[in-house]
Design a protein around this ligand. Structure first.
Ligand SMILES: Cc1ncc(COP(=O)(O)O)c(C=O)c1O
Length: 331
């Protein structure tokens, strides 16, 4: 076990859960929630701040600013505090209360936007607010996770090689899309280094990232109301949409076995099971899905029966039961 002196030293943890006992398939979850920021966004946060330092964009009085639905905001709060930078996070009303409180506890100034842009929704309004802050005071430095190459490069340089080393015979990887940083980093790496590995992009219905129509979404983390500018779906093998109800059902099934994961892990697992159900009848593929965070930040949503029943309907409260495969008895 590592001994650290700063939180960015605890990012490269390579922890997996084998879901076969629950899902009856060789699907592994890469768990990215075990760090001081509590999510995969620690990778992007550390990489973007390091790139800004390398490029000479930061002075001692710089104020980092970023638009975030939550996880990047917490991750940047951790990194900014450890490096003694001020940080302003522009988030919106869908951000979990705990997440806002976490950022404030770490010394971050949090601005919560509640008026969506008429065309580009809450994300558009958040970005407009960041631009306005940058115009008002030149100490602000916007890392811009949506277009910053350090975001996807963090996954190209670290997440992807770790997976390739651990699973040399991997067939498929399922990745959720927010900014597309994780997806693009993994897809670019595997296209170049192990092209046989299929990369499947997963998104929640209502998000426009994979070409679907915009609709109301309630669970923070995954998806976008504006197509992420860095997304290149030409290097992805397939795409799959998952409803928020299926997301919740999958989360609750994992919890029934003691694994309390965040909302988007349910989305990705549900999408993976649907895709494998269609594409792997003989259950021979070895696959991996990214679990971006853990479940504590979702206790008031995904894991709150009343919230789920009122927001998504009573059926979403029931845990998913995944069918056994013909090969299960022989394993
Ligand atoms: C909770 C959460 N955080 C972060 C991410 C990573 O998003 P991206 O790298 O696309 O910005 C995801 C995507 O699945 C997510 O669900």
């Amino acid at each position: 076990m590592p001994v650290v002196t700063s939180p960015d030293e605890l990012i490269e943890l390579d922890i997996y859960v084998h879901l076969r006992p629950m899902l009856h398939r060789d699907l592994y979850l890469k768990c990215e929630g075990f760090n001081f920021g509590g999510s995969i966004k620690m990778r992007a946060a550390a990489a973007m701040v390091a790139a800004a330092e390398r490029d000479g964009l930061l002075c001692p009085d710089s104020i980092l600013v970023e638009s975030s639905s939550g996880n990047l905001g917490v991750a940047l709060s951790v990194i900014a505090a450890s490096k003694r930078f001020e940080f302003t996070c522009v988030t919106d009303q869908h951000c979990n209360r705990t997440t806002v409180e976490l950022m404030r506890a770490l010394g971050t100034r949090v601005i919560v936007i509640d008026q969506p842009d008429p065309v580009d929704g809450l994300l558009g309004a958040r970005k407009a607010h960041v631009r306005q802050l940058c115009r008002s005071d030149n100490r602000y430095v916007w890392l811009n996770q949506y277009e910053n190459p350090a975001n996807w490069q963090a996954h190209y340089e670290n997440t992807a090689p770790a997976i390739a080393k651990r699973f040399p015979d991997l067939d498929v990887i399922f990745v959720g899309t927010g900014t597309g940083g994780t997806l693009m980093g993994l897809a670019r790496y595997f296209r170049e280094h192990a092209d046989a590995v299929r990369i499947i992009a997963v998104d929640v219905r209502g998000s426009v990232n994979l070409g679907g129509p915009a609709d109301l979404r309630h669970i923070p983390g995954l998806g976008s109301s504006v197509v992420a500018p860095g997304l290149d779906l030409a290097i992805v093998d397939d795409t799959i949409y998952v409803t928020e109800s299926d997301t919740v059902r999958a989360c609750r099934s994992l919890t029934a076995s003691g694994f309390l994961f965040g909302g988007s892990t349910g989305t990705v697992v549900s999408g993976a099971m649907a895709w494998l159900g269609t594409n792997d009848h003989h259950r021979r593929l070895t696959s991996l899905a990214i679990a971006p965070d853990l479940g504590e930040r979702y206790l008031g949503t995904v894991y709150d029966d009343q919230w789920v029943a009122e927001t998504l309907g009573p059926k979403a409260v029931e845990a998913e039961v995944w069918a056994r495969g013909p090969s299960d008895s022989t394993r």
